[in-house]
Design a protein around this ligand. Structure first.
Ligand SMILES: Nc1ncnc2c1ncn2[C@@H]1O[C@H](COP(=O)(O)OP(=O)(O)O)[C@@H](O)[C@H]1O
Ligand SMILES: [Mg+2]
Length: 356
């Protein structure tokens, strides 16, 4: 829909609320035209505030700048930025029909009745809501309402689409279905999109890049693959999936984990290695003579496509391991495992947080 997708740039953007809360500490961010950037982080980390800064619903602290397509829009209110927004609570007009909700922004912009009708028809069909145009929105399911909210947001052909946890209110099945539809829609539209979520699966599926936020700061900005396979720190590693942390050291070019040598250490940077991070899918159940460690099965959770096993006696917190779905794993059993040495991540953070 956008012929020239709008790039977004934030420089030195912080937001401290009048009560002193530093909701965003500092954000320097460049979003390419047509890109979908996902802001991912725990509740209260500043995602909504950052989105509102982009929208023009909040002003950054002195010195912060927001640019759309290279033009400084910091002092422009939301009406002048051509952004479409969708919130978690869809905030539709309850007494209006689907059609009137979707066409609302066009009416405000004084489109003719005929042009409005054509555009709304097009959007209803895109969202597969054709049959529901004359219904009141309070007669719709959650998923249908969410699609009306999206249709309303894109009706005005926004240069920038801002979505704040738009799927959170839906049940799991619907969320997964709409996630796929949304992904296709965003790619088709080519609109620059900033998508806020605290759901890592949603973030991975939708984002061209992810900005992982913690306590008002962007701690990593990278592709989903990079965030998952090369997390910037322990916080990111934990936030985007389960990960084990085990005490480690390097000695004469060899890597030792919990005192066991597991292989050569290719890493030639001089930072002191204190632990390794390894995901459950990179620990495999193996024959006893190939084992790096042996642990006692504490729990085994059947997940359909695999089993998530926790082994006691390996590291301080136990070791999470993925075992094949059909493997015979029983609580109390001794299980030999080995680390997939190509996929352990070296870290200079210690195994245990001393601040806990
Ligand atoms: N209007 C406000 N006044 C004061 N503090 C606020 C306001 N809005 C949000 N905050 C605070 O700023 C922090 C970040 O909030 P928010 O951006 O909503 O986080 P998220 O969307 O990641 O959950 C939180 O500590 C929140 O309580
Ligand atoms: Mg929020």
């Amino acid at each position: 829909m956008s012929d020239h997708p709008t790039s977004i740039e934030l420089t030195g953007c912080a937001k401290t609320f009048t009560d002193g809360t530093p909701a965003v500490r500092r954000a320097d961010l460049q979003i390419a035209g047509g890109e979908t950037l996902v802001l991912l982080g725990p509740s209260g980390c500043g995602k909504t505030t950052l989105l509102r800064l982009i929208a023009g619903l909040e002003q950054p602290d002195a010195g912060g700048r927001v640019l759309f397509a290279g033009t400084d829009v910091t002092d422009q209110p939301i009406e002048r930025r051509r952004v479409g927004m969708v919130f978690q609570s869809y905030a539709l007009f309850p007494n209006m029909s689907v059609r009137d909700n979707v066409g609302y922004g066009l009416r405000v912009r004084r489109w003719s009745r005929r042009a409005r009708r054509e555009r709304v028809d097009e959007l209803l069909s895109m969202m597969r809501l054709d049959e529901l145009g004359d219904r009141h929105v309070d007669q719709l399911s959650g998923g249908q309402r969410q699609r009306v909210a999206l249709a309303r947001a894109i009706a005005i052909e926004p240069h920038v689409l801002l979505l704040d946890e738009p799927l959170t209110a839906l049940d799991a099945l619907l969320r997964e279905r709409l996630r796929v539809e949304l992904d296709q829609l965003l790619r088709r539209l080519g609109t620059t999109t900033v998508y806020v979520t605290h759901d890592q699966a949603e973030a991975m599926a939708l984002g061209d890049r992810l900005a992982i936020m913690n306590a008002g700061e962007i701690v990593q900005l990278a592709s989903p693959e990079e965030v998952y396979f090369q997390p910037a720190d322990g916080f990111v590693a934990d936030f985007v999936g389960t990960i084990n942390r085990l005490a480690a050291a390097t000695r004469d070019g060899r890597l030792e984990v919990l005192g066991t040598e597991i292989g050569p250490c290719a890493d030639n940077n001089s930072a002191v290695v204190r632990s390794v991070l390894v995901r459950p899918e990179n620990v495999t159940v193996c024959a006893p003579d190939a084992a790096h460690f042996v642990g006692t099965v504490e729990t085994a959770l059947f997940l359909g496509d695999r089993q998530r096993v926790v082994l006691a006696g390996i590291g301080h917190r136990g070791l999470a391991v993925d075992a094949p779905a059909r493997a015979d794993v029983r609580v109390g059993q001794r299980l030999p495992v080995r680390l997939d040495t190509d996929h352990v991540i070296l870290s200079c953070e210690p195994e245990l947080e001393t601040t806990e």
